[in-house]
Structures are given as structure tokens and as C-alpha cells.
Design a protein around this ligand. Structure first.
Ligand code: HEM
Length: 496
């Protein structure tokens, strides 16, 4: 009695959405045959970016899928990505239907990632570009990040002395949280083994785990009100908890500005920039808006950056010769036992090439963030209907053999003679997306990544745990909000 009405409603939704597309089906991009009701959901598997790449080798770089009631087009070549993200940028600039989890505490009404292109979204992007992540703001806050790197080195040093194996993904995550919290509000959020660290880590991981899980209600909107997997309830809990933690941080700062105006003026973090903007008339920034804004930047920046660092260490430990090349470069630029600084990055082209190569092979957002078509668009003779979901398979594009010789091999050297500046104009390589929705945190990310990696390897050697040989290292991927390593990387640091 409970299941039957669901099935009837689902069948109705399926027939309705199919009949809507049937008239135009001969002009839709080709794709695998959809099963009744569920469509192609089962063909996605645990790592949809990989299975979609395989399917697109049969159906082509513009491919139709039916994910439940959601008609989806998957883009898998640089040429098609350029059509979508550059030629028809405006039509494809909105996000697809808001995921159920994103509606908790009205997150979607304040989120840069989820708002449609419009005045509010433009203002938030402008704040990011001109105030938060401008060269000036990031230069001013670099000292705050430097302190957190010293903490990372102290922790690794302690593990050396105790002969303790380091979980690289975890230390990268905690360090990224520290770098982000230092940059955003000069607060020491987490210590590697402290209770406070645990509280923040658990809440943030709970949030990322909940929001990152595929939700059946997003594919079949009729199920939304039942929240069958409890994802909306989980998102309500974690977003609520995080918003109140951020509210405390903002209130403490407002209080300290009242009581001690001199010391607050000295703060060089991005919260100070934000409060300053909220006092002016250019942007309509309320306390509510600031809380959501900080929460979003924190979430968007932490998992993506931390998982990239874990992949860099994985690739380097699997390729000892490349590891030696990075170390040699570091020692020629920075003296032994001296901490790497952001100002050193421009003198480390090989390290930069290593990071680019990792972003090519393991982009943290392998399918970008889903876009939506605002109207019917014709591309290369195919029709992409209004309201289709668009997934750009950046992972497949990074491994496209016509663009990259030996696409599955880790060869940082390929980036030495070709300069990529991540401006989203080279469609062979778009790990930060392209067009008006491109990642606004890019400038911060490309400062945090090299200094974290350099801090881990400049003064330490690393040995894989339990005598694992480099070629035995498990490099399988786990799809989520960011693309993680399925088996955490653990290694023993050795002081040089
Ligand atoms: C969006 C990648 C770090 C904030 C995105 C998108 C990608 C991406 C692929 C979607 C772009 C599109 O749809 O075309 C990355 C990578 C990072 C990183 C690879 C690090 C390795 C950061 C950081 C922040 C940030 C550090 C902020 C502190 C955002 C926001 C959006 C976004 C707010 C939504 C933009 C919008 O929809 O208008 N990022 N990101 N990201 N990223 Fe990042």
C-alpha cells in the first residue's frame, strides 16, 4: 500500500517527461537506452565520471541520459565544452534544479554556487573578485597562512620522532581548514589532535558526507516530501550547526571591534573586509548573508584543496623520480630547514607543473557543478532542450588522447613548456571550470596548494606504510563532493 502509489506517480512522471522529449528525440544527442522510470541511473555506478567517460566513447562527446525524471546532457570533449561554456555561456550559466540538501536553512537563496545568474549572485562574485580574493587581500593575509604551515611541519616532525605514520588526507584536510580559517577570520580552528579539531572536523565532514551523497529525491522530485534517505534532515542539522558556529565567530569580531577598535583594525583577514563592506551601501550584506557566505567559501575551498594535496602526494610517492625532481628544485630555491613561503611559488615551475598534472588527472570537481539550459539550444545539429541538466566531464577531457599524449601517465613535464593560466580559455584543461561560473576561489587555491605540498616534502622524506612498494599503491578514486582517494594515503615521514 505504501509502495504502490509511489510507483504509479513515478510512472506518470516518467511518461510525462518522455512524451515531452519524444517529439524532438531524433534531434537529441544520442545516448544509452533508458529503463522505465529509473532511466540510466544504474549506469552511473559509484564513479559516474569514469562510467560516463566510457559511455561517451560509444555515444559521442554530447550524450543524452535520463536520470530518473531529469533529462541530462553529458559533455565530454574540449570542443563541446567550448560550445557550452564559452559560445553559449549565458544560456548554460544557471545551476540545475536546486538539490534538496541545498535548500536547508534557505542555503540556496544565499549561495554563490546555487543562485541563478542575477543581481545577488553578481554582487557576491564581485565581493570575491574585488575584495576577498584580490591580489591585495591575499598578499595581506599571507602571514596568517604562513603560521599554519609551521604547525603542519611541527606535527610532521613530531610524527618523525615518534615513528608515527601520517594519514596524508587527514593532515591536508586539517591544514586546509586552518589555512581557510586563518585567511577568513584569523582564528585557529583546529589542532591536529585536539577536541576542538575533532568537533569542527566531524561537523564539516558530516556536512560534506550528507550533502555529497546522491539523493533519490533529486531524481524523483515527488519523493522530496518524504526525504527517504534522511538527507534533508541531515543537511538541516549540519548547516544549522555550522551557521551558528559562524555566527559566533562574526559576533565575537563585532564585539571586539566595539571594545578594542585598535586591535581589530590591525586584522588583515577576509572577515574584516566583509564587515567593512556590510557597513557601506554598495552591497546589501546582512549578518545572515555573511554567515552563509563564509560557510560556503569554507566548504567549497576545504575538501577540494585537501583532496588535491593527497593526490599530489600519492602521485609523487608512486613516481620516486618525479619526487626527486621536486625536491631538487626546492633545495635550489629554499635552504634546508627553512619554511617555504608563498613568495617562493613563482620560483618553483616544476612543483607548479606537478600540481597542474594532478589537477588534469584527478580534478576535484570531475563533472564541474551541474548547469542547466535556460532555453532550447542547437549545438552541432543536436537540440539541447530547455531545463536540461548539463554535466561537463572534466575528468574525461583531461584524459582525452587527442589532446594529451599518454593521457593516463603522470608526466608533469608536459606542463613545463606549455603555460596554462587557468583562465578557462583552454578547454583541454578546465579543473576550475570556465565562463562566468568559474571557480571564484582559484587565486586562493593556487596559493594554498603549492605551499602545502612544498611544506610536506621540502624537509622530509616519505616512506609508504607497511613496506608497500610504489607500484602497489592503490590509486582508485571515490566520487563525492570532491574526488577523493578511495583508500587513504598513509606514509611515514623521515627527517632529512
Ligand atoms: C565553483 C574547482 C577551490 C569557491 C567551482 C567549480 C569548480 C571548482 C570546478 C565549478 C565551476 C563551473 O561550474 O564552471 C575548484 C578547485 C579548487 C577549488 C579544483 C581547489 C583545488 C576553491 C576555493 C574556494 C572556492 C579555495 C573559496 C575559498 C568556489 C565557489 C564556487 C566554486 C564559491 C561556485 C561559483 C559559482 O557557482 O558562481 N570550483 N575550486 N573554490 N568554487 Fe571552487
Amino acid at each position: 500500500f505504501i509502495v504502490l502509489p509511489f510507483l504509479v506517480v513515478l510512472a506518470w512522471v516518467y511518461i510525462r517527461s518522455n512524451s515531452r522529449h519524444r517529439g524532438r528525440s531524433s534531434k537529441l544527442p544520442p545516448g544509452p537506452y533508458p529503463f522505465p522510470i529509473i532511466g540510466n541511473i544504474l549506469q552511473l555506478g559509484r564513479n559516474p565520471h569514469q562510467l560516463l567517460a566510457k559511455l561517451s566513447s560509444t555515444y559521442g562527446p554530447l550524450m543524452s541520459l535520463h536520470l530518473g525524471s531529469m533529462y541530462t546532457v553529458v559533455v565530454s570533449s574540449p570542443e563541446m565544452a567550448k560550445e557550452i561554456l564559452q559560445k553559449h555561456d549565458l544560456v548554460f550559466s544557471s545551476r540545475r534544479t536546486i538539490p534538496t540538501a541545498g535548500q536547508a536553512h534557505d542555503f540556496h537563496k544565499n549561495s554563490i554556487g546555487l543562485l541563478p545568474v542575477g543581481t545577488k549572485w553578481r554582487n557576491l562574485r564581485k565581493i570575491c573578485k574585488e575584495h576577498m580574493f584580490s591580489t591585495h587581500s591575499l598578499e595581506a593575509s599571507q602571514g596568517l597562512r604562513q603560521e599554519k604551515l609551521e604547525k603542519l611541519c611541527e606535527y610532521v616532525q613530531e610524527c618523525c620522532l615518534k615513528g608515527r605514520v601520517v594519514n596524508i588526507g587527514e593532515v591536508s584536510f586539517v591544514t586546509t581548514l586552518n589555512l581557510m580559517s586563518a585567511t577568513l577570520f584569523s582564528i585557529d580552528f583546529t589542532d591536529f589532535d585536539s577536541d576542538n579539531a575533532q568537533k569542527w572536523k566531524e561537523t564539516i565532514e558530516g556536512f560534506l558526507g550528507t550533502v555529497g551523497s546522491p539523493n533519490v529525491a533529486d531524481f524523483f522530485p515527488v519523493l522530496k516530501m518524504f526525504d527517504p534517505q534522511g538527507i534533508k534532515r541531515g543537511a538541516d542539522f549540519y548547516i544549522g550547526k555550522l551557521l551558528s558556529m559562524f555566527e559566533d565567530v562574526i559576533n565575537q569580531r563585532l564585539e571586539s571591534r566595539k571594545t578594542d577598535s585598535d586591535s581589530s583594525k590591525k586584522k588583515k583577514d577576509l572577515l574584516e573586509v566583509l564587515i567593512h563592506l556590510s557597513e557601506g551601501s554598495e552591497y546589501d550584506l546582512s549578518l545572515e548573508g555573511m554567515k552563509h557566505f563564509l560557510l560556503e567559501l569554507f566548504m567549497a575551498g576545504s575538501d577540494t584543496t585537501a583532496s588535491t594535496v593527497e593526490w599530489v602526494m600519492t602521485e609523487l610517492l608512486q613516481n620516486p623520480k618525479k619526487m626527486s625532481s621536486v625536491k631538487n628544485e626546492l633545495i635550489t630555491v629554499i635552504e634546508k630547514n627553512i619554511q617555504v613561503k608563498e613568495s617562493d611559488i613563482s620560483k618553483l615551475p616544476y612543483l607548479e607543473a606537478v600540481i597542474n598534472e594532478v589537477l588534469r588527472l584527478h580534478p576535484p570537481g570531475p563533472l564541474l557543478l551541474p548547469r542547466k539550459s535556460e532555453s532550447d539550444v542547437e549545438i552541432k545539429g543536436y537540440i539541447i532542450p530547455k531545463n536540461s541538466q548539463i554535466l561537463v566531464n572534466v575528468w574525461a577531457i583531461g584524459r582525452e588522447s587527442s589532446a594529451w599524449p599518454n593521457p593516463n601517465t603522470f608526466e608533469p613535464e608536459r606542463f613545463l613548456d606549455k603555460k596554462f593560466d587557468f583562465n578557462g580559455q583552454n578547454f583541454n584543461f578546465i579543473p576550475f571550470g570556465s565562463g562566468r561560473r568559474m571557480c571564484p576561489g582559484l587565486q586562493l587555491a593556487i596559493r594554498m596548494l603549492p605551499i602545502m605540498v612544498a611544506s610536506l616534502i621540502h624537509n622530509f622524506d616519505w616512506k609508504l606504510e607497511l613496506g608497500t612498494k610504489p607500484e602497489e599503491l592503490d590509486t582508485s578514486e571515490k566520487f563525492g563532493l570532491a574526488l577523493h582517494k578511495a583508500v587513504p594515503l598513509k606514509a611515514l615521514p623521515i627527517k632529512l
